[in-house]
Design a protein around this ligand. Structure first.
Ligand code: KMH
Ligand code: ZN
Length: 283
């Protein structure tokens, strides 16, 4: 399904990069909220959130997650999506508990994938348990697809367990991870052709596949995900300064493609997220 507007998702932090290696990486709550505000101004509609603890290590601590969701809702009108992927070392139980922080949306990865030297584990029973909890807890899942086989697993999940909460199927192709599908136009087309009918999708290319994937996604009618979770080099020899720089470039590309960034209200409507915002909050 094509759209005349582009949803720009920003993934500002991730779980893999150390602050020492990327000074612009938002690791505290204040840094994350400031980054989210700047990205909203630059054209983002959704924020995909990983958080860090007091030592800047990845964490799925529920109290911190709740505070993060509340702060992002207070200061932005972005769709707030919590990662259930966490770090490769996070236990399944902790990843399932993320939903108790009541985000608008959560990531749901549709299969196990080699992840550099590690394994990002998403066996079928875990996928099903997480999916059923999203339905029960009224959280809109975003299906993360790192490989073509993940698209097959997504179709199987929907066939066996019905429609997601909100009724919309929205996917994100995560391309160029060492061990997953390559960040090429050919791989993107193969994955998009296999998506469930009517699904919306974004794509992100990790590392040096960022631009080829963004351009292929725009030309194939998709949406964009960018951010320091996926990309730390803006151009050859030029480190990314902050997340808003990546969002601004994505917004320029989308505008050039005559599919300018959608508003946060349009993003909420496209994904059909539950309205959990207090009446006084932004948006
Ligand atoms: N950090 C990766 C192992 C997600 O957020 O759902 C998993 C990941 C996917 O980032
Ligand atoms: Zn993530």
């Amino acid at each position: 399904m094509s759209s005349d507007r582009t949803l720009i998702t920003v993934a500002p932090t991730g779980a893999e990069t150390a602050k020492a290696d990327a000074p612009g990486l938002p690791v505290t709550l204040d840094e994350l909220v400031a980054a989210a505000e700047a990205c909203e101004r630059a054209g983002a509609g959704l924020v995909h959130v990983h958080i860090r603890d007091a030592q800047a290590r990845p964490t799925l601590d529920l109290a911190r997650l709740r505070d993060t969701v509340a702060a992002l809702r207070e200061r932005t009108s972005l769709v707030v999506q919590l990662s259930t992927g966490g770090a490769v070392t996070d236990p399944f139980e902790d990843r399932l508990r993320v939903l108790d922080a009541e985000p608008d949306s959560c990531s749901l990865t549709c299969g196990t994938v080699n992840f550099g030297d590690d394994v990002f584990a998403n066996p079928w029973p875990f996928m099903v348990e997480l999916y059923q909890r999203t339905q029960a807890q009224e959280v809109v899942p975003e299906f993360e697809l790192f490989d073509l086989g993940h698209v097959t697993a997504l179709n199987r999940l929907l066939d066996k367990h019905g429609a997601p909460y909100g009724g919309r199927v929205h996917c994100d192709l995560v391309m160029g991870v060492p061990g997953g599908m390559p960040g090429t136009a050919a791989a993107l087309v193969a994955a998009v052709q296999a998506l469930p009918a009517g699904a919306t999708w974004s794509a992100t290319g990790v590392g040096r596949t960022t631009l080829p994937v963004a351009l292929a996604a725009l030309s194939a009618g998709g949406h964009l995900r960018v951010g320091m979770e996926d990309t730390l080099t803006f151009a050859k020899g030029q480190p990314v300064t902050d997340n808003a720089q990546l969002v601004a470039r994505a917004a320029e590309l989308a505008t050039l493609a005559q599919r300018p960034p959608m508003t946060t209200g349009e993003a909420q409507a496209m994904l059909n997220v539950k309205d959990r915002r207090p009446a006084h909050a932004a948006g």
